[in-house]
Design a protein around this ligand. Sequence first.
Ligand code: SF4
Ligand code: SF4
Length: 365
Amino acid sequence: MYYKQYGNTDMKVSAIGMGCMRYDDEDVKAERFEECSEIVLYAHEKGINYFDTAPFYCNDKSEIITGMALSQLPRDSYYISSKTNLGTIGGKSTRDAFRSRLETTLSRLKVDYLDFYHLWCVLNLDSFESQCESLYGFFEEAKSEGLIRNIVFSSHMQGNELEDAVAADRFKGMLIGYNALNYRFRQTGITAAYEKGMGVVVMNPLGGGLIPNNPKTFEYLAEGTDLTVAQAALNFVASHKEITITLAGCTTKEHVDDACKAVEHLKERPAREIFEEYENKGVALNNLCTGCAYCKHCPKNIDIPKYMDAYNEKLLGNNMFDRLKYHWGIPSEMAAECIKCGKCEKLCTQHLPIIDRLGEISKGA
Ligand code: SF4
Ligand code: SF4
């Protein structure tokens, strides 16, 4: 395993971290937690020492499963990260609500302290500022009591907004979605964080499965290597000198092996160099929908992720109307119901021109 320094802390973390949100669905439903926890133990055996979990993952069982596994290991042999925000504490910005959530997480994980506690899922700068205002003091208090070692945040903000969040100088690190699809508009943010001495952890390195599901389109990532497209996509992210940890969601031991292989011969390079290399190839795509579904709750009930998934097909050289009709079974005409309120575009993690795309779809084949 390849290890990196987490920002300006003294922590040496594995270049691959385990994202604990992909435990086997069937095992979770049947409460076969022992089987799920074996994946954590296997990852640890392979040198992974960073485990990322949160309330609500895996039917709210992820923290329990992860704790069940990690409590069998020496506490100083791993780093554990979890998350909170106003949504996890019932919208109440009170000390009691914050503490109760934190205590539940600590008890589920069977630890006395968290190595990293995230202000979770900050969608934009306004939300960042208001949640900092409401909750940051509670984070600091918990840190001063030794319940949290590092206060960090996770976000879908784009480059320039991320730069402002970094400039606030309140966090030891951040967790962001970054991959071969969206790297253009997040790169200035990760560079700013790196230069500030923050750790940078990356989620969604496979673009919501879009990269491995379209191996032909993304085979350029694996060119000249013995890696699969999925491994190459992990390697793409992990090789950024500015990125500390690349999270891989692992359901099976094979997934762990795959992720470890991706960084076996890792060569770190500055983001700028990687950016230029892919731009020169002229093949990089960052205009695809990753299916993250952050744009849901359209006032006209348009199922935006499905329409944008169909539009992906067009961008990948296929027929988007076939996708709508035969895969999703939804009519192209419904896209015309869009009233252009712009709500979805503000939330879109890929910053896609959803309104224009719906307009194009609504015209039909
Ligand atoms: S812009 Fe259109 S698709 Fe987006 S939320 Fe508004 S009505 Fe729905
Ligand atoms: S349109 Fe944007 S927010 Fe919606 S699913 Fe796709 S990438 Fe996510």
